[in-house]
Design a protein around this ligand. Structure first.
Ligand code: PLP
Length: 408
């Protein structure tokens, strides 16, 4: 192993192993360019918008890449489709399998179905009904098995072996990583003088592909990952610490325990580091993107703006590209965030004080509409929300939800 010097955000210099020089590089900038050619004309070309309002608010020159505008509401289609387009005719006939609770599942389902490739998606038992239904509606066979994501992943791997299906890993597959990198190629092709990119990190596929692509165009560009403080698995692994994560998070799409081996081996030489953001700041960023840019970001997609306001001095005066990676946030949850952060958006970004729901706002379960383990009804004034998937976070008393019905 050839050790590489890597500076952690705590200011410590770390020696991390990188693959030996003679090892085959699993994915490269050239693979990202090939992916761009392969995907040309098959996905929505999402805009990279300048945001004068967010620039004024943050002191940086802000550009936002709107991946919430992809057909499934997230960038994940890029990697999924790049992998699907490299299947042999025989593999296409047998079909593909994956494990995911959300955006990757929908990316695989949509593009496999469009091409007549049978797709099976394994989802953990706790997956909200709405996500299961959306993935089924896109044509995939959904198998709900496994208490945790790791259990589900193990079952999907076993099924792939037994049934001879091609496993499309959500983030630890070279073709998936190369596909995700096309997002940064587009950003730099449009704005070649971006000084920095801020990119959400789950398993690390997105940031790895983007970093390879962006550095091939602008070698001195600064690249920062973002994680929620509750799920800082990549930051911990890069610092050589054992992973400790847990709790509820509004950025559930990047709440990952096991990061990708490929990302872990490549990132030390590619990125400045991983910034951590608090839950309140992520929610504030969701509200700020809606209020200022008029776009819906899910928690994960709002983390780059949250990182920018958490570390303003790192980016002051710089031309910064934020990757708004997805917009799949249920409407009642969005409404709740907008209501709570109203009035804090025009000021300099805080790290805002949360306003938890009052105790009276949460009533007892309503059996007739109950479809999931956390079913409850929530009353706010004369508004009633009913759902199969509601949970109250014991830490701050706020509800996390996947709401189905809201009425007066
Ligand atoms: C909206 C969104 N943003 C960011 C990510 C992180 O991607 P990766 O797991 O490749 O790091 C995901 C992953 O599912 C996602 O759905």
């Amino acid at each position: 192993m050839r050790p590489a010097l890597f500076r952690s955000l705590l200011g410590l210099w770390l020696l991390l192993p990188t693959p030996p020089l003679w090892a085959e590089v699993p994915v490269s900038a050239a693979a990202v360019r090939e992916a761009q050619q392969r995907l040309a004309g098959q996905l929505i070309r999402t805009p990279l918008l300048p945001s004068p309002l967010l620039s004024k608010l943050t002191g940086a020159q802000v550009f936002v890449k709107l991946e919430n505008l992809q057909a499934t509401g997230a960038f994940k289609e890029r990697g999924a489709l790049n992998r699907l387009l490299q299947l042999s005719p025989e593999e296409r006939k047998r079909g593909v399998i994956t494990m995911s609770t959300g955006n990757h599942a929908q990316g695989v389902a949509l593009h496999a179905t469009r091409r007549g490739i049978p797709a099976t998606v394994y989802m953990p038992e706790s997956t909200p009904v709405s996500k299961v239904e959306r993935t089924r509606a896109l044509g995939a066979t959904v198998v709900i098995k496994g208490a945790t994501f790791d259990d589900t992943a193990a079952l999907a791997r076993a099924a792939a072996r037994e049934q001879g299906l091609i496993l499309i890993h959500p983030y630890d597959d070279p073709a998936v990583i190369a596909g995700q990198g096309t997002l940064a190629l587009e950003m730099l092709q449009e704005q070649p003088d971006l000084d920095a990119l801020i990119i959400p990190v789950g398993g690390g596929g997105l940031i790895t592909g983007c970093a390879l692509a962006a550095r091939s165009i602008k070698p001195d560009i600064q690249i920062y990952g973002v994680e929620s403080t509750r799920y800082s698995a990549m930051a911990q692994r890069l610092e050589g610490r054992p992973v400790q994560v847990g709790g509820t998070t509004v950025a559930e799409a990047i709440a990952v325990r096991e990061v990708g081996a490929t990302a872990l081996s490549l990132l030390p030489g590619l990125i400045q580091g991983v910034l951590l953001v608090e839950e309140d700041t992520i929610e504030w960023a969701v509200a700020a993107l809606a209020a200022n840019l008029k776009v819906v970001a899910e928690g994960a997609g709002a983390t780059p703006l949250a990182a920018l306001v958490t570390q303003p001095t790192l980016f002051a005066g710089k031309k910064v590209g934020l990757v708004l990676s997805g917009g799949n946030l249920d409407h009642a949850h969005l409404a709740d965030i907008l209501r709570r952060y109203k009035g804090t958006l025009e000021d300099k970004p805080p790290v805002p004080v949360p306003k938890p729901l009052s105790k009276e706002a949460i009533s007892t379960p309503l059996a007739p509409v109950a479809r999931g383990p956390y079913s409850q009804a929530i009353r706010q004034g004369d508004l009633l929300f009913l759902s199969g998937q509601l949970a109250t976070d014991p830490k701050d008393g706020r509800f996390r939800s996947d709401l189905d019905i809201a009425g007066r």
